[in-house]
Write a protein that binds this ligand. Structure first.
Ligand SMILES: Nc1ncnc2c1ncn2[C@@H]1O[C@H](COP(=O)(O)OP(=O)(O)OP(=O)(O)O)[C@@H](O)[C@H]1O
Ligand SMILES: [Mg+2]
Length: 502
């Protein structure tokens, strides 16, 4: 093509280009999108590049390329990306002829990027009897010389599909689910006649049938007669629409896609693409069992942590009140705060937890520390969202320490604060793209004079400092302001170490 490239956005979609260059309406765009969604099969069947052109509005002889695909069964003719280029009839006179005649026109074209001539077949694309686009099949002159049976059969099927395109019968008026596993031409091809008997089966298709235990000759018989139980073929023949089905036993799975070939809405045969998906299914099963195994591990970790916490509880309950008993009580709660995270992780397949699912258990643990004459009322606001387990676990431990402290120190045991002035704790969590902020405010006595979090040697805040600094890579500050206010900020892209690094 010798035309000047037209400046247009490199990510222009088919819909953008059609809107920019033509007056074609929404239904036509949908139809063209369906055509290019499934045209990999067409390109592979004809061993050629396919280009889709629409006429430029206000011009008699200019077309813009709105789609391009290369075959996976043969070499490409076009090394350049041609989508968005406008070409005039002086470069491709036969395209204008196909447009004005409204019928298939064949000829040759000069390919500037390769400095050679190529073979061009122009196929009119119709939508509801209206000519809306031209599909071109473009290949080197050498492609298709001395073809074998397979090549001949494939190109014949392409020609039938091309006639369906020019009659407006292809693409089908349904959106087919786009699945990465959908069989392609290279996976295996069968061609059926009007009575659904197999006319031709490619070597790969025969292999796939072998895997399903069908060894007898398949040509000349229907798939159900040959022993292949499936409904895709009869469904496609009845509805005149493509049908997909997966057949096989537990070990072998073959996907079958039956595309009916129509002539004036009468089924004259079908293209059946088959793909052995046994390996994919085996991998799916493995992945599923891996997910189940990960969940099981979290479940067991949670159970083990709960056992440790019970053991600590049994132990401290036998002890007289004092420093040692208090230390064991604290340890028991710390272990429980980690168990909460594993509990939530064991319900999901991902390595993330909805932190709001963890908060109620943490709040309850702190509220349990209050008593009737010294109740602890905690309110929590904000949406922390889903957090990686590597953030959620240390954060749960940190929050647990801060809440324990409010229940333990804030009421001011010395000044005899009673139920008339219950201890209120507000927890606020706010999240931006890359940061989580946590505010814990109580209405208690405030911090002791000269307090600094960096200087404390007591265990609770040392754990907090360690986790915030190393595990979470965040910052923490504490001040007195009508009670104690703790502000915590945690970046959400911090590569964290293991809990052991404490
Ligand atoms: N919300 C709060 N209100 C008042 N004082 C607080 C508050 N949080 C912490 N403090 C003060 O900071 C000190 C250190 O807290 P830290 O959690 O490190 O130790 P602890 O709670 O005394 O013991 P543990 O190691 O068992 O947690 C507390 O003893 C208390 O004086
Ligand atoms: Mg403490």
């Amino acid at each position: 093509m010798g035309a000047q490239p037209v400046v247009c956005s490199p990510v222009a979609t088919l819909a953008d280009l059609v809107q920019e260059y033509t007056d074609l309406g929404e239904p036509v765009v949908t139809q063209l999108q369906r055509l290019v969604a499934g045209w990999g099969v067409l390109s592979d069947l004809c061993f050629a590049d396919l280009l889709l052109f629409v006429p430029v509005k206000g011009s008699d002889d200019e077309f813009v390329v709105v789609g391009q695909i290369r075959p996976t069964t043969s070499q490409t003719l076009h090394l350049d990306d041609l989508v968005g280029r406008v070409i005039g009839s002086q470069d491709r006179p036969i395209m204008s002829r196909a447009w004005s005649l409204g019928s298939v026109v064949e000829g040759e074209v000069q390919i500037p990027s390769r400095n050679e001539r190529g073979r061009l077949v122009c196929i009119p694309v119709r939508w509801q009897d209206e000519l809306v686009a031209i599909l071109t099949r473009e290949s080197a002159l050498t492609v298709g010389r001395r073809p074998g049976v397979l090549e001949r059969v494939y190109v014949e099927v392409f020609d039938r599909l091309a006639r369906m395109i020019s009659r407006g019968e292809f693409p089908f008026p349904v959106d087919e689910p786009a699945m990465a596993e959908t069989p392609r031409v290279g996976d295996g091809v069968m061609v059926l006649d009007a009575s659904a008997r197999v006319d031709y089966a490619s070597p790969n298709a025969v292999n796939a049938l072998h895997r399903l235990g069908l060894y007898s000759g398949i040509e000349g018989v229907r798939l159900d007669e040959a022993g292949l139980e499936q409904t895709a073929v009869s469904l496609a023949y009845q509805t005149c629409l493509p049908a997909v089905e997966e057949v096989g036993d537990g070990e072998t799975s073959v996907m079958i896609r039956c595309v009916p070939l129509l002539d004036q809405r009468v089924v004259t045969g079908a293209l059946v693409l088959v793909r052995d998906v046994s390996d994919l299914r085996r991998r799916d099963r493995l992945l599923m069992s891996k997910d189940a195994a990960i969940r099981e591990v979290h479940h067991r970790v949670k159970n083990n942590l709960q056992t440790i916490s019970s053991l600590l509880r049994i132990q401290y309950r036998r002890m007289a009140p004092g420093e040692a008993r208090h230390a064991l009580e604290e340890s028991e709660r710390r272990v429980r705060s980690i168990a909460v995270v594993h509990e939530i992780l064991s319900r999901d397949t991902t390595d993330e937890v909805e932190f709001n699912d963890i908060l109620p258990s943490l709040l309850r643990m702190a509220e349990d520390m209050g008593s009737t004459d010294r109740p602890v009322l905690i309110t929590c606001r904000g949406e922390p969202g889903r957090l990686q387990a590597s953030v959620a676990t240390p954060l749960a431990v940190v929050l647990n320490e801060l809440l324990q402290n409010t229940a333990e120190h804030a009421p001011g045991v010395h000044d005899g604060v009673s139920a008339e002035r219950p201890l209120r704790v507000d927890v606020e969590l706010s999240r931006s793209d890359d940061e989580l902020s946590v505010l814990v405010r109580d209405n208690g006595v405030g911090l002791p004079d000269g307090f600094s979090i960096d200087d404390t040697s007591s265990l609770g805040l040392s754990i907090v400092r360690g986790l915030v600094g190393t595990q979470l890579g965040g910052t923490i500050s504490m001040r007195t302001d009508g009670g104690t206010v703790v502000e915590l900020s945690v970046p959400l892209d911090h590569p964290s170490d293991d809990l052991e690094s404490l």
